[in-house]
Design a binder for this molecule. Structure first.
Ligand SMILES: Nc1ncnc2c1ncn2[C@@H]1O[C@H](COP(=O)(O)OP(=O)(O)OP(=O)(O)O)[C@@H](O)[C@H]1O
Length: 270
């Protein structure tokens, strides 16, 4: 009997669900304010919003770096806030994170940096390339090849351009074989061409691996071009939740108006 290749149960259930999540940082600051949202398996969702609107706070709830003051966060069917120790580490292996500043170890080779993506599942310190099992080094080379940088494997990471460094960070993330990729302003430090290349790579990888991507961004146009859905935050609340299909460039500034609560400069700002 043939078994289905795609796990339909996984596809129909959201990878992530937040239910009435509030994060009170004290002093009257609500990082999140009664947020309810679902993030579908294999979809790319972009979080938009002004600085301080709660995008990073939301992302940090998904891998247990923040715990909600009230409400619940379910990731891959698990209640994140109830996890500690090993079960939390196990869940975190399913969740890769990439950052604005790439977080590579500059003096180390590109290949060594990619190998560190497997550190969570290896026992003992791995300080040099030769200390990684051959299978890990081979896998790292494959991931580098996937992001188009196999020819840079033995170069120091800090000699690469910003766009290339982010692609190395994506290769490192892929070493976890993650189910979820959290991207905290992944292209904020890049020029517009490199930014599009990185977003395009994330889109391809998401579709190849049914990878659920949740990314904060500041560029509405990139969100429209590369995401399935936009979630807008303002003062910790969701003020917009919209599929990008059929959304046109002219609507971009309108979206930002809803997210920021003010019109963009040059578009009738008050
Ligand atoms: N650890 C913390 N302690 C106290 N307040 C915090 C903490 N982390 C975030 N905040 C506050 O919560 C609110 C949301 O911050 P957050 O970093 O999530 O915003 P953001 O949308 O990611 O901003 P940016 O685009 O600048 O990264 C802000 O008012 C911020 O000052």
């Amino acid at each position: 009997m043939n078994h289905p290749i795609v796990d339909t149960d996984t596809l129909t259930h959201p990878a992530v669900r937040l239910e009435r999540v509030t994060k009170d940082f004290g002093g009257g600051v609500l990082g999140l304010d009664d947020v309810t949202a679902e993030f579908r398996t294999g979809a790319i969702t972009v979080l938009l919003g002004l600085s301080g609107s709660g995008k990073s706070t939301l992302l940090r709830h998904l891998n247990g770096l923040h715990r909600p003051t009230s409400g619940s966060v379910s990731v891959l069917g698990q209640d994140v806030a109830s996890l500690r120790g090993r079960p939390l580490r196990t869940l975190r292996r399913e969740i890769a994170v990439i950052f604005q500043h790439f977080n590579l170890i500059g003096p180390m080779s590109v290949l060594e940096n990619v190998c560190t993506g497997r550190l969570g599942s290896l026992v003992g310190p791995r300080l040099s390339l030769m200390m990684y099992p051959e299978s890990v080094r081979r896998q790292a080379l494959e991931k580098l090849d996937r992001v188009g940088l196999a020819d840079r494997a033995y170069q120091r990471a800090d000699t690469l351009s910003g766009g290339q460094q982010q692609r190395v960070a994506i290769a490192r993330a892929l070493m976890q074989n993650p189910k979820i990729l959290l991207a905290d302003e992944p292209v904020a430090s890049l020029d517009p061409v490199s930014a599009r290349e990185v977003m395009s790579l994330i889109q391809e990888i998401s579709s190849e691996n049914q990878l659920t991507v949740i990314s904060s961004l500041h560029q509405v146009q990139l969100a429209i071009d590369f995401a399935d859905r936009i979630v807008g935050l303002r003062s910790g609340r969701i003020v917009l939740d919209q599929a990008t299909e059929g959304l046109y460039a002219e609507e971009a500034s309108e979206i930002y108006t809803s997210v920021s609560g003010m019109a963009l400069a040059g578009h009738g700002g008050r």
